[in-house]
Design a binder for this molecule. Structure first.
Ligand SMILES: C[S@@+](CC[C@H](N)C(=O)[O-])C[C@H]1O[C@@H](n2cnc3c(N)ncnc32)[C@H](O)[C@@H]1O
Length: 213
């Protein structure tokens, strides 16, 4: 089933939050996420288009897919100032409007926490990637410490209702590996912005490649 995403209040709140967070440290994370990417890119769930200014000149073209109408408009506005060509499309992670094998890289940033079915989103990423293509991810993740992970599990009973469907307790790197990718590089860290609350502090930035065979 294709996700329908309609979070008008959260979309407006997140647009402001993402902009403030850029000057508080996430701009560097987004640069790290996109460092060295090249060719044709599919960005899934582009939100307000906050990544766009960080694409390097080695990128030929970005197709950005955003299902939430307010955020899609923000992405379209951001695309006008992007240093590389960006086309913003309506669509969902589990049914990307892109042909098989088109992309050199697929980018997920702070999205696999929010899609209904991360495995379905990653299956779509596999479909649109060319052989040898790469997955770039920047996600908040399940904590490594059992005590913090239990706290995340408790908070997650209400978190999605306040945060546009986002789950704070997903073990996204594990799901990526279970979905036919090998993680080549991962950096785990706690996001330490004054106003980032503990359940979404553990983050990971990394690159995965399609597993051969
Ligand atoms: C926390 S925001 C992150 C936005 C942006 N990627 C960023 O880095 O700031 C989560 C995003 O996931 C999107 N999203 C939720 N469900 C989705 C789905 N099924 N397919 C694609 N995007 C989805 C939301 O609309 C929103 O843009």
């Amino acid at each position: 089933m294709v996700d329908t995403v309609h979070h008008p209040l959260f979309a407006r709140f997140y647009t402001v939050l993402a902009r403030l967070a850029e000057s508080a440290g996430t701009a560097e994370h987004r640069q790290e996420l996109l460092s060295g990417v090249e060719g044709r890119i599919v960005e899934v769930g582009s939100g307000a288009g906050t990544n766009f200014v960080h694409y390097p000149a080695t990128v030929a073209e970005v197709i950005a897919v955003e299902p939430e109408s307010y955020l899609r408009d923000r992405s379209r506005a951001a695309a006008l100032h992007a240093p590389v060509p960006v086309t913003v499309m309506d669509g969902s992670a589990d049914a990307l409007p892109v042909e098989d094998g088109w992309a050199d890289a697929v980018v997920f940033s702070l999205v696999l926490c929010s899609v209904t079915d991360p495995a379905a989103a990653l299956a779509e990423a596999r479909r649109v990637l060319r052989p040898g293509g790469a997955l770039r991810f920047y996600e908040h993740v399940r904590a490594g410490s059992p005590r913090r992970a239990r706290l995340q599990d408790r908070v997650d009973r209400v978190w999605p209702y306040c945060a546009g469907g986002c789950h704070c307790n997903r073990d996204t790197p594990r799901t990526i590996e279970a979905s036919g990718f090998d993680i080549e590089h991962i950096r785990r860290f706690d996001l330490r912005l004054g106003w980032v609350v503990a359940p979404v502090a553990p983050h990971a930035i990394g690159t995965a490649v399609l597993r051969a065979g």
